[in-house]
Ligand binder design. Structure first.
Ligand code: PMP
Length: 365
């Protein structure tokens, strides 16, 4: 098969075609270099330029203020589940507060508990993680070392429309599955991290944006690779960084800046796409049942059920036959999940919406 399908994978996910085409060309020889990024020193001027450009693009796209480091690390977001409490909780004598809105937050908490005292500032378990806390429901300890939240829970499809209000306690965010999908007020954060394999590039590189003053809390004698200060001091070149991933993030940020026109434009496009699928759910008279409550719906991962598991299987089978692939919900929750990250073209979402309407007509009552 050489035709590209509409790929609704939750991650690793669809990437922008201009970025894939440029990478394909560059893999034999970078123009003027005669070798690919996989074959040059990470300390070469060529790579340094790529690294600097990717950081500049991220700074520009997200309007990252001075006083924040942009780091490219390895180990995925799962390693951040550990590095955050190792660096920011260990030895502080304070608790860390977690706002729990789904499966990934739960995994982050399990790792933080290995490091210190973890409090739940809110837990959405009672309604199966279908909603976000009301401001009045949040119980944040003003002494907490930080408050962690997951801006978009990839499995449940629940997304914060804006940052939770946590007073003066530093905000830490797992933004893995909505990074670069919309503008973000970085100055509200102490630290924000995102693995790349949804919106930003290939698996293997994780972006960490951390405010300088957060590094003051980092304990002594952490292993170098696990110490944010070390990575910040070395400008992400402490060891050999994930060169291909950083190069590719640079291609994606170039696409976002110069072809999409920035994160406002990206957010508008993403809002339109999500609106079409939620519209199909809402117009189906209960045939499709969205998991997230309407005011908490994710613009990135649209999760829903059909009247029976056998209909869900049939839906997935017919969708795949029409070139709409990877729509199965996470194995822990089942159902359907359409991941419609930045690089999913509008035409792909329109095709899925039309398929949903047709499937409903075919199977309704
Ligand atoms: N957090 C969220 C919100 C995610 O969606 C994922 C990946 N699906 C992770 C963390 C884990 O990322 P990784 O596999 O890169 O460790």
């Amino acid at each position: 098969m050489t035709e590209r399908v509409y790929n609704f994978s939750p991650g690793p996910a669809v990437l922008p075609e201009p970025a894939l085409a440029e990478a394909q060309r560059d893999l034999m020889a970078l123009p003027g270099v005669g070798r690919s990024v996989l074959e040059i020193s990470h300390r070469s001027a060529t790579f340094k330029k790529m690294l600097d450009r990717a950081i500049d693009d991220l700074r520009s796209l997200l309007a990252i203020p001075a006083g924040y480091h942009v780091l490219f690390l390895q180990g995925g977001s799962r390693l951040q589940f550990s590095m955050v409490p190792m660096n920011l909780l260990r030895g502080t004598g304070r608790p860390a507060d977690y706002i729990l809105t789904g499966s990934w937050g739960n995994k982050a908490i399990a790792e933080a508990r290995l490091e210190g005292d973890v409090r739940l500032a809110w837990d959405g378990k009672a309604s199966h993680y279908d909603r976000l806390p009301q401001p009045s429901e949040l119980d944040v300890d003003p002494r907490a070392a930080y408050v962690h939240f997951t801006s978009n829970e990839t499995i449940q499809g629940v997304q914060f429309p804006r940052e939770p209000e946590v007073g003066t306690v530093p905000l830490v965010c797992d933004a893995s599955s909505d990074f670069l999908s919309r503008p973000v007020a970085i100055d509200r954060y102490g630290l924000l991290y995102a693995c790349a394999q949804k919106n930003a590039g290939p698996a293997g590189v994780t972006v960490v944006i951390v405010r300088e003053d957060m590094l003051a809390a980092v304990p002594e004698r952490l292993p170098g690779m696990l110490d944010y200060r070390v990575h910040a001091q070395h400008g992400s070149l402490y060891n050999t960084p994930p060169v291909f991933g950083i190069y590719f993030v640079g291609l994606v940020t170039k696409w976002l800046r110069h072809e999409v026109g920035g994160l406002e434009a990206m957010a508008a496009r993403n809002g339109r796409k999500a609106g079409w699928l939620y519209g199909a759910i809402d117009q189906s008279h209960g045939f499709y049942r969205g998991h997230a409550r309407p005011e908490c719906r994710s613009v990135m991962n649209v999760t829903f059920r059909l009247p029976s598991e056998s209909l869900e299987k049939e839906f997935l089978r017919q969708a795949e036959a029409e070139g709409l692939v990877a729509l199965g919900g996470h194995r822990s929750v089942g159902g359907i999940r359409a991941s419609i990250y930045n690089a999913m073209p509008e035409a792909g979402v329109e095709a899925l919406r039309d398929f949903m309407h047709a499937f409903h007509r075919q199977h309704a009552g």
